[in-house]
Structure formats: C-alpha cells, structure tokens
Design a protein around this ligand. Sequence first.
Ligand code: PMP
Length: 442
Amino acid sequence: MNNHIFGRSTKGEMPVAAKGDGCYLIDSDGRRYLDGSGGAAVSCLGHSNAAVRAALHAQIDHLAFAHTGFFTSEPAETLADRLIENAPEGIDRVYLVSGGSEAVEAAIKLARQYFLEIGQPGRHRVIARRQSYHGNTLGALAAGGNAWRRTQFAPLLADTTHISPCYEYRDRRDDETQEAYGLRVANELETEILRLGPETVMAFMAEPVVGATAGAVPAVPGYLKRIREICDRYGVLLILDEVMCGMGRTGHLFACQEDGVAPDMITIAKGLGAGYQPIGALLTSRGIFDAIATGTGFFQHGHTYMGHAMAASAANAVLGEILDGGLLGRVRAQGDKLDAALRAEFGQHAHIGDIRGRGLFRGVELVADRETKETFDPKRCIAARIKKEAFAAGLICYPMSGTIDGQQGDHVLLAPPFIIEDAQIDELVGKLSTAVERAIAP
Ligand code: PMP
C-alpha cells in the first residue's frame, strides 16, 4: 500500500505523477497519459495552464493566507463578484471553502440555520435521489444515494430519504414521452414531501447532470422546472450540486442555466480550481443571506482554510480563462465532436447500451445485452477492468459500476480538458475502444 494513500489501487502500486503537459500527465518513467476524465472532472484547463500558473506566482509574492475571522482578501472578493455576475438569477452571495464535500456540508447547515432564522424549526430533512453522490463527509454522504458508499457508515448518517433519479435510458416507458416521464419522476418529490410532512422538509438536493454514480446522466427537459415548482409550493429549498457538472463542463458556466432553472443554492468545486488549488464554493440566494444577516448575523459554520487567497487567485484565473477565453463555446463544439466520435465508434456496439451527456461531460453505459439492457455480471468487474486496460493504453478515464436498485450496470465517465483538440478526441475514443474490447473479452 502507498504510504500516504490507504489502498486506492488494487495492489497499492501506482506510477508517480511527475509532470503535466496540456491534456497529458507524465509519470516518472516518462510515460504519457491522455487525461480523458480530468481526473474526476477536475482538470478543465489541462495540466500546465500559463495564466493560472502566472496568477499563483504573482499571488504568493503578495499574500498566501489571511484568516477569514479577521480579514477578507482581494482575490476572494473578486472571485465572489465574478461568480455572482455569471450565476443564475437570484444568486447573490458566495461562501468559499476548500472542496466539494465542504460546499455540500455548508449548504445543508445553511439550509437548517435559514429555517431556524425564519421561525420554522421543524424543517430539518433533506430529500435527495438514489442515483447521486454529494461527497464523503458525513452530512454529504447522508445526502448521497449511493448504497455502496453509505452502507458501512449508515449508523452515523442523518436521516435523508431518496426518490428516483431522472434516468431516461432505463426508466422511461416506451409509451411515455420524455416530458411525461420527466413529470412522473419529478412528482415523486411531491409525494415524498407529503409523506414526510412539508413542515419537516428543508431541502431537495440533486445534480443537474449526474456524474460519478451514473456517468453523465442529464435530466430530461422540463424535469428540473417541475422540481422547482414543487419546492416552491411547499417552501422547500432547491440545492443543485454542480460540483462535477458546473464551471463550464456542460458548455454553460452552470449546468442548470441550460435547464432554465434558478436554484436557492448551488455548490461548485472541482473545475473551480481546475486542480491548481483545492477550492469549492456555496452560492446562495439573497433571501437566505438576508435571513441570516438580519437574524443571528453570522452563519454558524466555518473552516480554517475558507477564502484562501492562493486558492481564490487560482480560481479567478480559471474563471478568466473560461469566460474571457471563449471556452464555453469550445466546450459545446468539442463536446459535439466527442459525442459524434463516441456514436461512430460505439453506436452499434453490442455491449454499449447508451451514450449520453452534455458538453465535455459524456458517459457510455455497458450492457451484457443491448436488447434487454441486462447488465454484466458484477463479478466480471467490467468497470474496473476498463480502467486498468485504458490506463495501460495511456488513457485516464473514469469507469464505475452502478448499484442503483440493482438495475444499473457499468459505465465510463469522460470529462476531458476544455482545451482538447480534435486529434486528441480521436485518440481518446480509440484508446477507450481498445480498453472496452479487452475488458469484455471472455
Ligand atoms: N458532489 C459531487 C456531485 C461530486 O461529484 C463530488 C466529488 N466527486 C462531491 C460532491 C465531493 O467533492 P470533493 O471530493 O471535492 O469533496
């Protein structure tokens, strides 16, 4: 086992990452790996971005850290302003933390404090979806619906309930339109709120495009709008977790902008620091902020490294690259090419059931039988084998085995850097194809 990681690889033997070069990572033996998933949808600018490196060099000469109990800082204020300027309607304040789980924890605690401030102390429950991942700290883990991740820690988890995901490939009935399907699954939220008692429910949390647990599964058009209506009807806050799908990954700075939905809170991380610094953020509406400001006067929460000047300066440079460097348009254009290349390679493949996603956030789902959508026997560990074979071929991708109601099989998540070139898209799909063939070979 590696000395500083408790057994992430099967035998604890891992190459040593030594250098980054655009869309590639290079190990200490000089081997190059195309980063087809940006790690876990992190490295949206690739690994050697000049603007972010320059920003970090400049920042360290001025200020590395000043505790937020005493100071704010110029990079943190600039970042908050720029995020708010580009956020969905109603988003008005930013709370800077160090990663995705911290952002989700903050969202849950802010929701709770908000309801105390406005005199609704009975509201404490979160409703989320079975097909979801919201982080590994205890609050975030409780919100997530992934049974495998939760089981060991179940006695430690707050009581969260989970409704169905919006998972068209497996759940939409043949006689149902997309719209009717979206309404049917969204309406489960209303049923669940009524079952629990609206006066006990504080928030509904969901990823607009589901990442790690499902492999880039977008909601069908209209689903999130219906969810918004239901939340409004029962005074429940809508928290959208964009830790993976936000920051331009889908071709919009925030994925929910494509759905035309304005949530009460949004969590982001990963692409915000693009791997150059650990940073996450909770964005919140004016109403929630005002309730705290005019009530207790402060959010009873905090972490030592929140609002870190180095992290914020990296994020400012990342945002600058995305917004001023025309990367949102590029994500849409290269995303369409990636989608076309995946469909050309796998569209008729006997063991690829679904190809999906938005922008440079794409997933393929593997099946034993395309007609029946039967999954591979979990004992064959198809996802783990794809990861291994892809890595051996010089490709980093993000395969996972689903465990949703026992009906979801293996998938591969792709989230390459926004700077990916056409030839690298071909390289990615070619290497993925090699890995899939080797993994499914009897
Ligand atoms: N939410 C979502 C949607 C995520 O994908 C992740 C990370 N995979 C998290 C939260 C947790 O983020 P972190 O690992 O930075 O704590």
